[in-house]
Write a protein that binds this ligand. Sequence first.
Ligand code: NAD
Ligand code: TYD
Length: 376
Amino acid sequence: MQRNIIITGGAGFIGSHVVRLFVNKYADYNIINVDKLTYAGNLENLTDIEDMPNYKFVRADICDFDAMLHLMQDEKVDGIIHLAAESHVDRSIKDPFTFARTNVLGTLSLLQAAKLYWESLTEKYEGKRFYHISTDEVYGALQMTNPEGIEPPFTTTASSSQHHLAYGTDFFYEDTKYMPHSPYSASKASSDHFVRAFHDTYGMPTIVTNCSNNYGPYQSPEKLIPLFINNIRHRKPLPVYGKGENVRDWLYVEDHARAIDIIFHKGTIAETYNIGGFNEWKNIDIIQVVINTVDRILGRKEGEDLNLITYVTDRLGHDARYAIDSTKLQKELGWEPSLQFEEGIEKTVRWYLDHQEWLDNVTSGDYLKYYEKMYG
Ligand code: NAD
Ligand code: TYD
């Protein structure tokens, strides 16, 4: 079936994996990547598919309502997968306005444009879909609890049929109350509410998913894992916030992209799905795995670079623990993470070490100057 789909934020980390998957898998779809190319957008993430006949790139700001409406009309868009966002918590602490603008007003502008366009058609919302990609950070922070005096992480089956390691006894479920703490998560929470409001008020066919921390190729080296891989390579200090005790739940980015594909095609309208791999890690433990992996691959003595660890002032309002329960997605739509964490980290470290030029371009910001010349 022919479909015309806008993917916003397709030049970013997760978006580029989603664009690549859709362009390669669905030859009869028309995939339109809409991205403003902020510091986080990089077309080098997509060089392998940029000449495919079913792919088009449009540089635009999702906050530009007229541009969004005209694009939807011109391309006869019937599906929107919305990833464009300001995504880095530390930046949101310094500059919350940009987060409110892009994440809240940008999402609203897309929703309103889709509403106007789809309601102008004879078939209206039939066969349409507005899929909003969000984060588990909207649920707030979980406690680290220690049942029966067992030292965490402990094995649990509390929240799924699988055994997994956990740092607490509670998890984020689809009906967990929203309690965002950072300006980033507050802006994402607000956008999630707007998406659901457009379903409840106008009947727009929407879906929201909330995913845990992603890792893998093409992630901006301002985020923990690529930043640390790059710093270890160059033997630069590794800034660990606070005591490094915070827990995050990590998912390989291609597993997230596969979940998005399944949910876009088979998910139930108006539902929320949590996406995560039951893979909780303390920051300091993950950092040690990354150091050992980089050292081994570079032929250094394993653990040689542990002395790069530098404890720095904690992030303001730093959430203690995130842990997603994705049982609903696993049971209802049959999705499962495909990679064990050890395998995923090995692949990720090798990718960054093999793509030093990509990292250098991103860290120097050279690609941004190129876009200014090309697109103004
Ligand atoms: P990213 O920062 O790597 O990419 C964001 C992309 O959006 C960039 O290409 C940027 O140029 C584009 N963009 C920003 N503002 C824009 C605007 N006004 N108009 C058009 N394009 C704009 O982000 P990411 O890590 O790939 O995250 C993608 C989405 O997934 C976000 O909505 C984020 O909240 C969500 N998410 C991320 C994670 C994670 O671990 N990275 C986890 C769960 C959910
Ligand atoms: P990050 O990759 O920024 O993702 P998020 O804040 O969305 O979870 O950070 C992951 C964890 O690593 C988080 O607990 C903050 C911590 N962190 C550091 O300790 N040092 C760093 O330099 C960065 C970027 C993050």
